[in-house]
Design a protein around this ligand. Structure first.
Ligand code: ADP
Length: 485
């Protein structure tokens, strides 16, 4: 097993963490390596009862955690940050084993994930209130910011660590305890990070993590949404599930943070540095085998540079080495499951049936490994224009004018990430302002970092994670009116 060689075997946990205790269950579910199909571990399969216990534990831990000076909460987050750095190799191994991404990419995610702990440890000390100039000589106005209360987080498998720390770090920094339900495909990374939180001195009940298979995840989700004690739910995942959770949270009018699907356009104008655009497209499209919500989904290339761009892109894509993420030199691992393969295959078949030209890849290699693919002559009638492929397929559309590119890019219900390449400063402002997206990468395919606000418009979600805005969701603004002065 790829997990046999961990430097610290104590990071391999298979039970849930509730109120500071590792809690097993008679029912367990298998976590498999997507590269080999082999079983890695049997993890405790908790349900509604454990969710109730975790919520109660978090609620009991809340007053003491909220009352701690921010500096003390920050010290625990910083200790956790350092432990993640020290154990980066083991965390990356666990991640590659259960998620499939190449080891170097997994290590990159560990660093990215840990950076939220450092950032929000710093921000914890800067949750400032306000004094408002009075309009009545006998009154004074104050604005306090207080922790919202028990927070729940439901996270996906594509970034098994970073999607947890991006939610949990601001919650903890603000003084809120958390209950986390990681994806059923990747609980081992989540549990390893939770073990490090324990070692960092996290008080019992402040950080709880519930493990469950698919059906039990739904049961736990029901309890988290219905609870009056849970004041905020943060979810990263599909738009379909986001809608379900939003509906389930309506009866308790729960505050929500949602990071949902994207359908990122990647536009190359004829004044762009074409080689740089090809590199950006490679980074944005094929990272994590195309399984990120900010992956370029539709490439729009202007007429004059279309042929040159697709030729260069296809040549580079043929050089991508696909294989087990533990093998040296591999830059694309397996897709997460058979449903992911089926979706990619259907998008490729549909595009070819509607006239796309296959310039690279196009088929399953074996198991869950899919060839990195480039499709030229893509059109708006194809499935890949409307839906997020979530795989290593780049459909390339042709356009003539700037206005046409902007209209096509915005013609979607999603609005998470977008990208474009141009060296014309006027165009950079025009297009940057016209794209209806929460994030715009200009002359770069990689935009994520803890210091900036990550999030979407339209049906891509609600709220922003990371940056100084990332803590806003986890505090309530309270107005204090002092009379009789
Ligand atoms: P993906 O398509 O990337 O697997 P999902 O949106 O299905 O994304 O899943 C993301 C997370 O949401 C996972 O932790 C999963 O267990 C959880 N989940 C899926 N369906 C529900 C549901 N109905 N209620 C609560 N959580 C759910």
């Amino acid at each position: 097993s790829p997990l046999a060689s961990l430097a610290d075997a104590g990071l391999l946990k298979t039970d849930a963490l509730i109120d500071g205790e590792w809690v097993g269950h008679a029912s367990r579910f298998a976590v498999n390596d997507p590269a080999t199909g082999r079983e890695l571990a049997q993890v405790a399969n908790h349900g509604a009862a454990a969710a109730e216990q975790a919520i109660a534990a978090a609620n009991a831990a809340w007053p003491a955690w909220a009352a701690k000076p921010a500096k003390e909460r920050a010290a625990i987050l910083m200790a956790w940050f350092r432990l993640m750095q020290q154990h980066a190799d083991d965390l990356a191994r666990i991640m590659t084993a259960e998620q499939g991404k190449p080891l170097a990419e997994a290590k990159g995610e560990v660093g990215y994930g840990a950076s939220f702990l450092e950032w929000f440890a710093e921000e914890a000390k800067r949750v400032y209130g306000e004094t408002v100039p009075t309009t009545d000589a006998n009154k004074r106005y104050l604005v306090l910011k207080q922790p919202i209360g028990v927070c729940a987080a439901i996270t996906p498998w594509n970034f098994p660590i970073a999607m947890i720390t991006r939610k949990v770090a601001p919650a903890l920094a603000a003084g809120c305890p958390v209950v986390i339900k990681p994806a059923e495909q990747t609980p081992l990374s989540a549990l390893a990070v939770a073990e490090l939180a324990q070692r960092a001195g996290m008080p019992k009940g402040v950080l709880n993590i519930l493990t469950a298979d698919g059906p039990n995840s739904i049961a736990i989700g029901n309890v988290l949404c219905a609870s009056d004690v849970v004041r905020h739910l943060s979810f990263t995942g599909s738009t379909e599930v986001g809608r379900i959770l939003m509906k389930q949270c309506a009866p308790t009018v729960k505050k929500l943070g949602l990071e949902l699907g994207g359908n990122a356009p990647f536009i190359v104008f004829d004044d762009a540095d074409i080689d740089a655009a090809v590199e950006g497209a490679l980074a944005s499209k094929y990272r994590n085998a195309g399984q990120t919500c900010v992956c370029a989904n539709r490439l729009y290339v202007q007429d004059g540079v279309y042929e040159a761009f697709v030729e260069k892109l296809a040549a580079k894509v043929k050089g991508i080495k696909v294989g087990n993420g533990f093998e040296a030199g591999v830059n694309q691992g397996p897709l997460i499951d058979d449903a992911a393969i089926a979706k990619v295959e259907s998008h490729v078949a549909d595009a070819i049936a509607k006239g796309a030209k296959l310039l690279a890849g196009g088929k399953l290699i074996e198991g869950r490994f899919f060839e990195p693919t480039v499709l030229a002559n893509a059109t708006s009638e194809m499935l890949c224009a409307r839906e997020e492929t979530f795989g290593p397929v780049a459909p390339v559309f042709r356009f003539k004018t700037e206005a046409e590119a902007i209209a096509a890019a915005n013609d979607t219900e999603f609005g998470l990430a977008s990208y474009f390449y141009s060296r014309d400063i006027g165009r950079i402002f025009r297009v940057g302002e016209a794209l209806e997206y929460g994030m715009v990468g200009v002359n770069t395919g990689l935009i994520s970092t803890a210091e900036v606000p990550f999030g979407g418009v339209k049906q891509s979600g609600l709220g922003r994670e990371g940056s100084h805005h990332g803590i806003d969701d986890y505090v309530e603004v309270k107005y204090l009116c002092l009379g009789d002065i």
